[in-house]
Structure formats: C-alpha cells, structure tokens
Design a protein. Structure first.
Length: 139
C-alpha cells in the first residue's frame, strides 16, 4: 500500500458543460483547497476557476464535459481547466464598462502567480487546457 508521502495530491473533477458548472466547479475547488490545508488560496482560486469554466461554457460549444484538475503542493495550487476546443489562444479584450464579460483573462493575468495554455493531440490538437497557479501572498 502506498504511503501518503508518495501520493501526488492531484484532484480531478469532471462536470457537464452547463450554465451551473462554473458554480459547481468553483465551489468544489474551494472545498478541495480547504480540505488540503490550502484554504488561504480558495478565494482567488474560486474567482479564476469561475472565469475559466465560464469561458469554456460560452466559447467551447463542442465541449460536452469540462475537466478541472487541482494539484496542491508546497503552499500553492495549480489548476487546469480542460476543454475539447483546440482553436485559439485566449485573448485579452478591452472590457466593456457596461458589459458583464471580457474581464476573465485580465483577472487571470493579475491574480495568478503564473498561467498558460497547453494543447493536446499532436500537430492537429484536439483539446486544450488553460492552467494557472495560485499562491498565498508573500509577507
């Protein structure tokens, strides 16, 4: 039987691509962080997960299931939101002051320690993940 010292602290959630999924995913990630002793990261993670999953719901219509991975290690969490839409790099758009959207990538850039996009499936990618790392603020 493996000991807890050699188990990777990776948690995985699969959710249907529904309007309720951003809420379910952000609440689940917050619960995982709290249970893993990284509750201080939960507020930032909730916001960024909500933005990433909402983006999948709005723009990756061919994605039936959204996958969210959470790796908690060394006082940080790396969270990846995966979809089946390999097209396009997430773009920063100037937000409309009266609009409800357009701020997701700005928030990720501002609040994540680092972030990026990874494509899967070889030269003809068939899916991607947007990932970001959150850390507690340094004192």
């Amino acid at each position: 039987m493996p000991t807890t010292s050699n188990i990777t602290p990776l948690y995985r959630l699969s959710a249907p691509n529904l309007p309720s999924s951003p809420r379910v995913c952000r609440d689940t990630v917050a619960a995982v962080l709290d249970a893993a002793g990284a509750g201080a990261l939960a507020d930032t993670a909730r916001l960024l997960v909500s933005e990433a999953v909402t983006n999948v719901h709005r723009h990756a219509g061919n994605t039936r299931v959204i996958h969210v991975d959470v790796l908690v290690q060394d006082g940080a969490a790396v969270i990846a939101v995966k979809d089946n839409d390999p097209d396009g790099m997430p773009l920063r758009c100037p937000p409309n002051p009266q609009g409800e959207g357009g701020r997701g990538l700005l928030l990720v850039e501002e609040l994540a320690h680092r972030w990026g996009v990874t494509w899967f499936g070889g030269p003809e990618a068939d899916r991607k993940q947007v990932w970001f790392e959150v850390r507690a603020p340094e004192s």
